[in-house]
Design a protein around this ligand. Structure first.
Ligand SMILES: [Zn+2]
Length: 242
């Protein structure tokens, strides 16, 4: 079942709805709004329900009235309440109990990076958050609307955080809306910088310089801490709402 959030439901999940809506603003401001395409979902903890948004609206048009609550069966996708593409989100939620939120966007620089066969390397310090967390997906599977395709995405993604869909966009998963959105923003920025570096020649990453690979893992663990994600999130909210 999918329905407009009533006052009681909104109240019960007010913190999640607040982050969910801020996520759209952040991604819009970050250049990850691609019109009617793209989505964020957030799992209602310990349930088979997710928050989604009214199908057909762009990220800058999503407000509280546009928030939808839908069961994993996505019955109301057929009624146009939520995008049928949320089917792949559901498959990822089923495969990964640790996932609390999923972002799917189509930023120009991410598409360009993948179309140029770019291989992700963290090229700035904050991007070490995504050290060993990016999986390249090179098949073209048409319109991504089936749960079966979502199961394929889940097999490729494994326990990692970002799936780069060639000539298409990104899927970012996280333990929370904040985590998934921050990863999408960092990944987008890294694609932009790496593309610029590719114009100049071969790209050197931190892994080429470190004698001790553990230091990259330590940096990644630090950058993925809740405290760091919360600080980054607060700054992104301030920037989006300024
Ligand atoms: Zn897409």
């Amino acid at each position: 079942m999918s329905y407009l959030l009533d006052a009681k439901t909104l109240d019960l999940h007010s913190a999640l709805v607040s982050d969910f809506l801020a996520g759209f603003s952040i991604l819009d401001q970050d250049g990850q709004n691609s019109g009617i395409a793209g989505h964020i979902t957030a799992r209602i903890k310990d349930s088979e329900q997710v928050l989604g948004h009214q199908y057909g609206l762009a990220f800058d048009e999503v407000d509280e009235q546009a928030v939808r609550l839908t069961d994993f069966d996505l019955e109301e996708a057929a009624q146009g309440q939520v995008s049928p593409s949320l089917a792949f989100h559901i498959a990822l939620y089923r495969a990964r109990p640790d996932i609390g939120a999923i972002v799917h966007t189509h930023p120009d620089q991410v598409i360009a990076f993948s179309a140029a066969n770019g291989q992700f390397i963290p090229v700035f310090q904050s991007a070490l958050m995504l050290h060993d967390q990016v999986v390249h997906y090179t098949d073209y599977d048409g319109i991504v609307e089936s749960e079966a395709l979502g199961e394929k995405f889940a097999r490729h993604l494994g326990d990692r955080q970002i799936l780069l869909l060639k000539n298409h966009g990104l899927i970012s998963v996280g333990r929370s809306v904040r985590h998934a959105v921050c990863a999408a923003v960092i990944f987008h920025q890294n694609c932009h910088i790496q593309l610029e570096a590719m114009k100049a020649g071969s790209v050197q990453g931190f892994s080429d310089m470190a004698d001790d690979p553990d230091i990259l893992l330590q940096a990644s663990a630090f950058l993925n801490r809740d405290r760091i994600i919360d600080m980054r999130w607060d700054q992104l909210v301030r920037r989006a709402l300024a």
